[in-house]
Design a protein around this ligand. Structure first.
Ligand SMILES: [Zn+2]
Length: 226
């Protein structure tokens, strides 16, 4: 039986988009049991840019979006939710992009994102749920999702090559996430964004070099998240 208070607090939107670490440390005092993870250096500045762009594009297409910071109240009934992050590693370039989800039924949605993002992001993916923080992300419990509730780590900020690739593409990342979500929930007609910057000749050279650098690094790493 579902508790009445839960029903009253349940808000329906098509999509929830949360910007990782946004609003911290100010919001941490309201959630004393939660670790006040501030993310990798620069992550708090970047995740809202990506989240705002994805939200803007989806709303233009008539998709309702709850745009949330890292910490928020209430519970949501959604078609899909994404929690946007960038990774950090104590051993630079030991990580890359990754996806987290708590329910195995969201594995197909994760695979769709991996397939899409891999067409652009040249540094590869870690295995899904490769950390406990990805599998048991604190905000998953505030979302009841039909098609997917995913942490999307868009790359490793502590890796200079990945950071350099990501820096001019934050708007593109938001557009790509909007496209992904629109397809995933079957609502809106978000176009596949132009990846002109990724196809630029001089960038193509550095991407090839970055791939080799990424492959040459070890996979030893550690991280705290919550
Ligand atoms: Zn993060």
């Amino acid at each position: 039986m579902i508790h009445l208070a839960f029903l009253l607090a349940l808000v329906h939107v098509d999509v929830l988009i949360s910007a990782g670490h946004e609003g911290r440390p100010a919001s941490c005092a309201r959630y004393p049991k939660r670790a006040c993870n501030l993310g990798a250096q620069g992550e708090r500045e970047w995740t809202p840019i990506v989240a705002d762009e994805a939200t803007r594009v989806l709303r233009e297409q008539g998709v309702s979006v709850a745009r949330e910071p890292a910490d928020f109240d209430g519970n949501y009934d959604v078609d899909a939710a994404v929690f946007i992050h960038f990774d950090g590693s104590t051993s630079p370039c030991a990580s890359s992009a990754s996806i987290g989800y708590h329910e195995q039924r969201f594995a197909p949605a994760a695979q769709q994102w991996r397939t899409l993002y891999s067409r652009y992001f040249p540094f590869g993916f870690q295995p899904d749920d490769f950390t406990v923080g990805l599998r048991d992300y604190y905000a998953f419990r505030q979302v009841d999702a039909r098609s997917g509730s995913l942490v999307l780590e868009l790359g490793e900020l502590t890796c200079p090559q990945q950071r350099a690739w990501l820096a001019p593409r934050l708007t593109f990342e938001g557009d790509l996430i909007a496209y992904f979500l629109s397809r995933l929930i079957g609502k809106g007609d978000v176009p596949l964004p132009s990846a002109n910057i990724a196809n630029h000749a001089s960038t193509a050279f550095s991407i090839g070099r970055a791939r080799r650098v990424a492959r040459s690094h070890s996979t030893v790493r550690s991280r705290v998240r919550n």
